[in-house]
Design a protein around this ligand. Sequence first.
Ligand code: ADP
Length: 509
Amino acid sequence: MGYLLGIDIGTSGTKTLLVDPAGRIAAAVTVEYPAYAPRPAWSEQDPEDWWQATVTSIRQVLKKARAKAADVTGLGLSGQMHGSVFLDKSGKVLRRAILWNDQRTGAECDAITQAAGGRRALIRMVSNPALTGFTAPKILWVRKHEPRLYDRTTKILLPKDYVRYRLTGEFATEVSDASGTLLLDVKRRRWSTKLLGLLQIDRALLPEVYESQEVSGRLTAAAARATGLAVGTPVVGGGGDQAAGAVGNGIVRRGVISATLGTSGVVFAHADHVETDPEGRVHTFCHAVEGKWHVMGVVLAAGGSLQWFRNTLCQDLVRKAKREKVDPYELITAEAAAVPPGSDGLYFLPYLTGERTPHADPNARAAWIGLSNMHTRAHMARAVLEGATYAMRDCLEIIQGMGVPVKEIRVAGGGARSRFWRALQADIYKQPVWTVSSEEGPAYGVALLAGVGTGVWSSVPEACDATIQTRQATRPTRARVRRYDVLYPEYGQLYRSLKDDFARIAALA
Ligand code: ADP
């Protein structure tokens, strides 16, 4: 039986899936590990924890499915993007990895932008602006603040690529995850020698770049002993968690896009050509589909806004939900549903932790605007849901404005569980939204990539067609579409009015 393994090195844990040749999940295991915040806004993890979680989860899925080593014909890796693992010449990890959500590199981002000759010049070189989460500014930070450690560094790897090194002994990455380092020439799908030169980073520090479905190495004897897999099992490139998750949702053709409402909100579109936003409001990365790209807008607190609202203002509903054994979010959305579209003039800006798309403004803050004495908590709840969904529409509109068509929207993440939030999305996006059959995300996507790389399917779109179906459509209602079309531009205007105030407030704090 030819099983495929998909492994996702996430921030809270590693999720491993064993998938059968028909695309069905034979076993799934998640092993968690800690993250460390040695200072405020710093975020680190121990790469050894990723490796141990990988080993444990592989052993457990094999056991659960009663699969033998020889049954597994291919393995794909996914993981949190942007993290950096520094290795010395013996392959030893030199310090904890600095993660995607670490914010220490503001000065390094400025230095990179300057070295490149400005923001627009940088975007022309690597298709994206410098953001604190990306890998390149982390490399500069370590070089400046830990120079002795930097001198001993011979390789710098992304999280999943460190696990690949432990599995295969190879230093390799693939185009989708490499795009998030800020060092990849995204257009040509290879390291940007130009930017590496300007930043004086030695190319030899970086691994080889593969396409996502290509075999990047094979299991070593030591890794086979540790995991219970067979020596020589092929390991394909895999993908960064967003690109791999998109493969797992079937976002592999022009016109098909996904709107994912997790803690953050992500609007992800496949692109046949490199499409960049000259203002850098959305990311342009290589897709995990050979020779294709994707554009992606990120709302930092989409579902996160509702989570904050639940935690701070809905403790009574949380208790009631516990008593009634229901999901507290269902009670909150039921309250919101009783209020008319537009929340009787109340708006919510969802910028609890600043915003990436469309504003790229770390100083932006959340606000309810328009509160009056007739408003209730139900209005506040509806305004939160509407505000987060308007922010997702901002991403959609930028992507459409770049000439990427939006023909079919697939919804995912915790927010897609809610019938109310699906309907609100359809009304605000002005299009039907679809749920899909697979809910397993990046680990599933890279299991499919492993299938493509080992000949089970001939291409990624073919793998997706064979395994992923759309399930249920939620259609927009004409009257509400008209209403939200009038309200949405006002939402955008509120940020513009407040932008300078946010900057002043931040300076005072
Ligand atoms: P994460 O991004 O942390 O992996 P999820 O994809 O599970 O998380 O999404 C969690 C978010 O989804 C919550 O913060 C909440 O906003 C939203 N959510 C989850 N369940 C529901 C629900 N039943 N109704 C509305 N929103 C929900």
